[in-house]
Design a protein around this ligand. Structure first.
Ligand code: PAF
Length: 286
């Protein structure tokens, strides 16, 4: 696996693969790779002939006071994992390579509606930062397909929407969240949890599972359901940012008639913000 740091080298390497008739798959990441990321790479190796990963901690998607500076940078370990997983090319640019003219005058890509609410409400500008860097990366790599984790459900919806709206010729694939044995969704931010917090963290997925089960059993009083489970999160010592039941495609608040639902949560354990979701498709008899 080759690691390149400039757009020029990236384009040259991808062009070589393309000239050999290879289909290109892309997995953008911010590094500090765990099994969830590796599952995306593995999926890509099954779908295409040439897999490109990127590692770039994108300042544009972090707000003031967020964890940009302490976000873990583990390039050597990441390179080993990518190599082992069958990745062909890693693009690991510096901030100056991605934003050579600085970020103030940088053209931005914004996806209204889907970016509003949920994480967009607590992290103003976050999805604009994501949509902008993903658009840039897509233009640099020009992949046939790109793979993202479903753990960032709203992010995936935003990216699907921007690709559709801007007619980008790239297929977007969402892959299921990889979880620890106790249900906690894998995330680079889990590394910030103390041992004690890590023991509490699985409550996040338990709450989602209990809500999904209640809905499957016919519960349609969503506000009451949210209220009860919100209290469970708080009782476990989390500070809940949001706990919501939404329509899985539009992300609008769910109505009792909706069949395609997603339950989304963001909650702080100490200073660490955990997010998770559970997609729930109800069959017609439920
Ligand atoms: O999900 C992530 O790791 C990031 O938001 C992404 C998509 C790589 C953009 O920086």
């Amino acid at each position: 696996m080759n690691t390149v740091k400039t757009v020029r080298e990236l384009r040259a390497a991808v062009a070589r693969a393309r000239n050999e008739g290879k289909r290109i798959g892309f997995v953008p990441t911010m590094g500090n790779l765990h099994s969830g990321h590796i599952a995306l790479i593995t999926k890509a190796t099954q779908r295409v002939d040439f897999v490109v990963a990127s590692i770039f901690v994108n300042p544009l998607q972090f707000g003031a006071g967020e964890d940009l500076d302490k976000y873990p940078r583990t390039l050597a370990a990441d390179q080993e994992k990518l190599l082992e997983a069958g990745c062909h090319l890693l693009f690991a640019p510096a901030v100056e390579e991605m934003y050579p003219d600085g970020m103030t005058g940088q053209t931005r890509v914004s996806v209204p509606q889907l970016s509003e609410g949920l994480c967009g409400a607590s992290r103003p500008g976050h999805f604009e930062g994501v949509a902008t860097v993903v658009s840039k990366l897509f233009n640099m790599v020009q992949p046939d397909l790109a793979i993202f984790g479903q753990k960032d459900f709203q992010q995936l919806a935003v990216i699907k929407s921007l690709v559709h709206d801007l007619n980008m010729p790239v297929q977007i694939i969402g892959e299921p969240t990889v979880r620890a044995a106790d249900g906690l969704a894998l995330s680079s931010r889990n590394g910030f949890l103390s041992e004690e917090q890590r023991a509490v963290a699985p409550v996040v997925y338990r709450v989602l599972s209990q809500m999904a089960e209640a809905i499957k059993q016919g519960e349609r009083d969503f506000p009451a359901l949210i209220d009860a489970q919100f209290k469970q999160l708080e009782a476990a010592g989390l500070r809940t940012d949001y706990l919501e039941i939404r329509h899985a495609q539009t992300l609008r608040p769910a109505t009792p008639e909706d069949r395609d639902l997603v339950i989304l949560v963001a909650a702080f354990l100490g200073t660490t913000r955990l997010i998770d979701n559970l997609h729930l498709s109800l069959d017609t008899t439920a």
